[in-house]
Ligand binder design. Structure first.
Ligand code: ZN
Ligand code: ZN
Length: 105
């Protein structure tokens, strides 16, 4: 005799909470995709190491390296960014300077 069986109460976030969460997630996504465009605008579509130039067709091969290894350190003046082609970028990290970075980039 289980008369204590009660429906499970699921607490849904309020509308404001949900909206705030969405806003937060969205702003993080924008920050992450924007710093690359900003860095390219500031430093130019050129690899800082090998000097290769990138155009619209191969721009996706140009990546942004964070000099201090911290992806969340994105000063608007671009001082923590360095544009590196994927080869130079890989090389930079293979030196073990900022190894912890590999998993997130
Ligand atoms: Zn390069
Ligand atoms: Zn890097």
């Amino acid at each position: 005799m289980s008369r204590s069986r009660r429906p499970v109460t699921v607490v849904l976030p309020s509308q404001e909470e949900a909206a705030a969460l969405v806003r937060k997630m969205r702003s993080e996504v924008e920050d992450n995709s924007n710093y690359r465009a900003k860095s390219i605008r500031i430093h130019g579509p050129v690899c800082a190491k090998c000097g290769r130039d990138f155009g619209p067709s191969d721009l996706h091969l140009l990546t942004v390296h964070h000099k201090d290894g911290n992806h969340h350190n994105n000063p608007p003046d671009g001082s923590n960014w360095e544009n590196l082609c994927i080869h130079c970028h890989e090389d930079e990290h293979r030196r073990g300077l900022l190894g912890e970075y590999l998993s997130t980039e």
